[in-house]
Design a protein around this ligand. Structure first.
Ligand code: PMP
Length: 428
């Protein structure tokens, strides 16, 4: 495609979809094909995908494509007819969780899953109030957008929402660390619970990503999640782990909450669940979902259809058969070490953190003040794109390089990523 063709595509997009549609990169990428960890542009450029967690088993994995085609060519209806696929999948999925999490409801997007989780908590507690963090995103329904601190919801925030500081251990308040830091952030949650209990809304629950991925993927202070979950339970609330980003092996464990040493009451799933096909879900303690279903009929036309379940089953099969959880842990450690080596050579890297194949590189203008270097992060992301490596940035200050490649990422892929990042940092 020529520059003129790209310009025409951009204009067509704006005319048809409107001007506010977000696109990655100053110079957007036009993709035509994907395979494993690679994405191919229309001009023959091959990009190493270090960003997309949705195709968790790799782009267009043949077993996933085959499962999709076979079921799509046989039958696709919805869950009001009997079909084995949803049951086979439910058994397989629930097997990956603690025994207490023994029910599942299926949906199509992470937003829907979080919306349903909030309703489950509302029914359980008879209250409306929720706690989230002050730098996050959980989805786009009216109810869930109340928990988004990155974008203001239409109409502003309701009185039933309390935002607490996310557990930042790099720019920690008063130089606190360890248990003292966990205690500091847990106190903020205790205060938010009390505030909701005193309000008309009451306290229904807390919904957080167990990795605080959108916040900037912090190194979570030891014991923080367990302390916070105890506070939530003591107040009669429901603890919801949004595993839309952190689930399905990303961290080198099946679920992000395992790393925090907790078992949530409700876990919401999405993105990687169907390897690119839209399927999402809520996994919960049986009594919570059963109680909810006594109060409201939940039906989702596309959620849990036979094709989606066949695809999602193939995703779990591939993760297991190809050892991708172990690969995430192993290659993840290798990448983290290489990033730490870059940190020792480039002042701009203030902090390197992550688990499994999920990394955050916190860029700073100077290491003493830890002032966030958002412009540099933007330049790095754009320059990496021009050198054939796709990644992005996140965080409260928009200065954290975000890397989250498909789980089949190899050490060779990692070498290419690190060598390219080295070149880009050297040219800053
Ligand atoms: N939760 C988290 C943590 C997310 O990052 C996102 C999407 N970025 C969502 C929920 C919403 O998922 P979806 O876009 O599938 O509705």
């Amino acid at each position: 495609m020529t520059q003129a063709d790209i310009q025409e595509l951009l204009e067509r997009r704006e005319r048809l979809l409107g001007p506010g549609n977000p696109l990655f990169y100053d110079d957007p990428v036009h993709l035509v094909r994907g395979e494993g960890v690679w994405l191919h542009g229309d001009d023959g450029t091959r990009y190493l995908d270090c960003y997309n967690n949705v195709p968790c088993v790799g782009h267009c994995h043949p077993r996933v494509v085959e499962a999709l085609c076979a079921q799509a060519g046989t039958l696709n209806t919805h869950t009001r007819y009997l079909h084995e696929n949803i049951l086979d999948y439910a058994e397989r999925l629930l097997d990956k969780f603690d025994d207490s999490l023994d029910r599942v409801a299926l949906a199509c997007t992470g937003s829907e899953a979080n919306d349903l989780a909030m309703r489950i908590a509302r029914v359980d507690t008879g209250a409306d109030g929720f706690i989230c963090t002050n730098a996050t995103y959980h989805g786009n329904t009216t109810a869930v957008s109340q928990l988004n601190s990155i974008f203001q919801p239409v109409g502003g925030y309701g009185k039933h929402i309390r935002m607490v500081p996310w557990p930042d251990s790099y720019r920690a308040p008063n130089g606190l660390d360890g248990e003292a830091l966990a205690g500091h952030y847990a106190d903020e949650v205790a205060a938010a619970i009390e505030s909701l209990q005193r309000s008309d809304a009451g306290f229904a629950g807390m919904l957080v990503c167990p990795l605080f991925a959108n916040e900037g993927l912090p190194t979570i202070p030891e014991g923080y999640l367990a302390r916070v979950m105890e506070l939530v339970h003591d107040a009669g609330g429901v603890f919801i782990a949004d595993e839309v980003q952190s689930g399905f092996g990303r961290t080198g464990r099946w679920w992000g909450h395992e790393q925090g040493g907790i078992v949530p009451d409700v876990v919401t799933l999405g993105k990687p669940m169907g390897g690119g096909h839209p399927i999402a879900g809520v996994v919960a303690r049986g009594e919570l979902l059963d109680n909810y279903r006594r109060h409201e009929m939940y039906f989702n036309t596309f959620g849990g259809n036979p094709v989606s379940c066949a695809v999602a089953m193939a995703v779990i099969d591939v993760i297991d058969d190809e050892g991708l959880v172990e690969n995430a842990a192993d290659v993840g450690r290798y990448v983290l070490e290489a990033f730490r080596d870059l940190q020792s050579r480039y002042e701009v890297i203030g902090d390197v953190r992550g688990s499994g194949l999920f990394f955050g590189i916190d860029l700073v203008t100077d290491r003493d003040s830890k002032a966030p270097a958002a412009d540099t992060a933007r330049a790095v992301v754009n320059n990496m794109r021009h050198k054939g490596v796709l990644m992005s940035k996140i965080g409260e200050h928009d200065n954290v390089l975000k890397l989250r490649p498909p789980l089949c990422f190899s050490k060779d892929n990692a070498d290419l990523l690190v060598a390219t990042l080295d070149k880009v940092l050297a040219q800053l």
